[in-house]
Design a protein around this ligand. Structure first.
Ligand code: IVH
Length: 673
């Protein structure tokens, strides 16, 4: 394909996507992909201007008036903003450099003041107020002519129908209509429950509602608005700066985003860019970058425009969080607790700053709902540090012959039965540690850095050890000999020695790590630490019943039942005995809090009567585990008398001596505190 043919092809593609996006409100590809096509076409046309045609999509800024809406001509055109393609810090420097050069500022002239704002990801709107009343709202359209969407805009509660204070004769306010993320989630949830179509993303939610011909339908979709600029103004003396314009708009009663700042020179622009990027995921709405604007309106006028873009503003984008790729396979992974997770194997794609090759499909229902199939082109999303996920399929790119995904009927690793409780989304393999996949995950968890910390025992090695039958339980790790190990694939004598040393080192650990390493369901690092601190030793923990377990802070019935269930399993007890026999040990975990932190430590208790669900010897064990003392008779030295039903003379004595009396609940509270 030569450059002319390529340009022709790109024009066709871009027009098709434009139509889907602007007219049908059903985008076919992510913005980043579209931008890529657009930029490629721009590059060809710049390099070879003879290839530029008047009807090229680069010659207009997109959008076609829908038959149903009345066209509105913008007296002041609605411009677009130049995008700094370099998403790193040099983008801000390049912009500041251009501004300084155009203003002919000397190198030692003070830094230019900018207003830094967020770049909202919604739909640009022009609101026209006459003598304070909202008379018209229009979309941007192609920048010259938009559509009258006044009826739909009136449904947005945030947009005032009347302005506050001494409103000018004419005030056109420009800004972005958007859908907040919580509103988007709520709306989709409601649609799902009603079995109706859901929105693809908040931006399309906003665009779709505004360009909805039936205002009643538009009103059902919750939208918001941020003002960021002006159009026609009559009868209002303009302030000196853009920041002051925004403050004035706020005073008129219009919503203006608070996340904005004055930045002096490029370093402060870069700092703003980075601060916003770090907080991007905590914002309740989507942004795709930040916008820098020269703050002084006089300087803005001096800088002027080039084609449809002001020279005084620039958009500094963030790496796209969505990208397109194809599904090469759908595997079902078995997790440590037997949970089956469908995972899409993808053609490698760069998204959210990293190359992604796998994306989670969460569970069977999700795959069904999204109807993801092998061979599909999909949108993958990676926002922040979250696990990449498949957002949706691009149906028009589906190959002819594809098959619906079917969840296996038995465990893909061990062929055992799968169980999926009616009210749960997760299906699980029922084989426990007899399932090699679960066993491998359990071993990896056991050896993990935050657990027993066996350096070098990674997934490749665990795979071999289990498949060769060398290791079945964590205790077997301590029985491997150097010869067997060195005989494994990619394992020389040297790495075998290193691994054995790491295994030997791991014998010396802490009780908290040991508990965590057992992989008890619902017991993470923090809970393991709490359990270790509370019980002080493994025997006490293993002997604890549901009631005793629930005296541990933050341990409720679910965790307690996981723990009790785990230690009730004879197989687990055997493995633990084996591990201890292999020499795993930790310093006595007599908790430091017994002396200082616990309200029980150092206190003397007397127990009397029957406690409803705490046998007396257990109550005694709990008190002693926290450094308290239990004696048989009440004296002045007694700190607490714990009284159950049918308490006798000891209760009377306590009352006489003024000793504090606790019931079972108060004792539990004290033990938890
Ligand atoms: S100012 C003269 N400020 O970005 C500049 N635009 O390409 C006019 N946008 O679709 C626009 N956030 O709707 C401006 N803080 C912001 C913005 C913003 C988002 C959108 C705008 C337009 C596009 C400009």
């Amino acid at each position: 394909m030569n450059a002319g043919e390529r340009a022709q092809y790109l024009r066709g593609e871009i027009e098709r996507h434009n139509h889907a996006y602007y007219v049908l409100d059903a985008p076919t590809i992510p913005d980043a992909e579209y931008d890529k096509l657009f930029r490629e076409l721009q590059a060809i046309e710049t390099e070879q201007p003879q290839l530029l045609t008047p009807d090229s999509p680069t010659q207009r800024v997109g959008g076609q008036t829908l038959a149903g809406f009345v066209a509105v001509r913008h007296a002041v055109p609605m411009l677009s903003i130049r995008t700094e393609t370099d998403t790193g810090p040099s983008g801000a420097r390049a912009f500041d450099g251009r501004v300084r050069k155009l203003l002919e500022l000397a190198d030692d002239a003070p830094p230019v003041a900018y207003q830094a704002e967020l770049k909202f990801d919604g739909l640009a709107i022009n609101l026209r107020y006459e003598h304070g009343a909202l008379v018209q709202a229009a979309t941007r359209g192609d920048g010259e002519t938009g559509e009258d969407v006044t009826q739909n805009i009136r449904t947005i509660h945030e947009i005032p129908l009347r302005l506050n204070g001494g409103a000018p004769a004419v005030l056109e306010v420009r800004g972005e209509v958007y859908m907040s993320r919580p509103d988007f989630e709520r709306y989709n949830e409601r649609q799902r429950l009603a079995g109706k179509a859901t929105l693809v993303n908040p931006r399309n939610g906003a665009a779709g509602s505004i360009r909805q011909l039936d205002p009643k339908l538009a009103a059902e979709r919750p939208l918001s608005f941020f003002a960021y600029g002006l159009g026609v103004v009559d009868g209002w003396p303009l302030p000196a700066t853009h920041a002051a314009v925004l403050d004035a708009l706020l005073a008129f009663g219009l919503p203006v985003c608070r996340e904005r700042a004055i930045a002096h020179g490029p370093d402060e622009l870069i700092a703003f860019h980075q601060r916003v990027l770090a907080g991007r995921n905590t914002l309740p709405f989507d942004i795709d970058g930040v916008v820098y604007k020269v703050n002084s309106l006089a300087l803005q006028r001096q800088l002027g425009f080039v084609s449809r873009e002001p020279r005084w503003a620039v958009a500094h984008k963030y790496p796209a969080e969505e990208a397109l790729t194809t599904v090469e396979a759908i595997d079902v992974q078995v997790g440590r607790t037997g949970a089956l997770t469908p995972v899409a194997r993808l053609a490698p794609v760069f998204v959210g700053g990293v190359t992604v090759t796998n994306a989670t499909l969460h569970n069977e229902d999700e795959v069904r709902r999204k109807d993801v199939r092998v061979g599909d082109t999909v949108v993958v999303r990676r926002a922040g540090d979250v696990i990449p996920e498949v957002v949706r399929v691009v149906p028009e790119r589906r190959p002819i012959l594809t098959a619906e995904f079917i969840m296996p009927k038995s465990c893909p690793a061990c062929a055992s039965a799968i169980e999926r409780p009616a009210e749960e989304a997760i299906a699980r393999c029922t084989a426990g540690l007899f399932c090699p996949a679960q066993r491998k995950q359990a071993l990896l968890h056991f050896a993990a850095r935050r657990a027993m910390d066996i350096e070098g025992l990674g997934d490749k090695l665990v795979e071999q050890l289990v498949d060769n039958g060398l290791v079945a339980t964590p205790a077997d790790i301590y029985k491997i000999g150097p010869e067997r190990l060195a005989g494994l694939e990619r394992m020389g004598m040297k790495s075998a020695t290193n691994l054995l040393a790491a295994i030997a080192r791991s014998r010396e650990t802490t009780l908290a790590r040991f508990i965590f390493s057992l992989g008890i369901r619902n017991v993470g690092e923090t809970t393991a630490r709490d359990l270790a601190r509370h019980f002080g030793n493994l025997e006490a923990l293993m002997a604890a019943d549901m009631t005793m377990l629930q005296t541990v802070p933050d341990v409720g019935p679910i965790v307690a039942s996981s723990v009790a269930g785990f230690f009730a399993e004879p197989h687990n007890r055997e493995v633990i005995a084996d591990l201890l026999a292999a020499g795993i040990a930790w310093p006595d975990e007599r908790p430091p809090m017994t002396s200082t932190n616990s309200a029980v430590a150092g206190k003397t208790f007397v127990l009397t009567g029957t406690l409803a669900d705490l046998p007396r010897d257990q109550a005694k064990a709990l008190i002693e585990a926290q450094g308290g003392k239990v004696t048989g008779s009440v004296s002045k030295k007694t700190d607490f008398v714990v009284a159950g039903s049918e308490a006798g003379s000891k209760l009377d004595q306590a009352q006489q001596l003024g000793v504090k009396i606790l019931d079972q609940n108060q004792l539990m509270e004290l033990l938890k505190s």
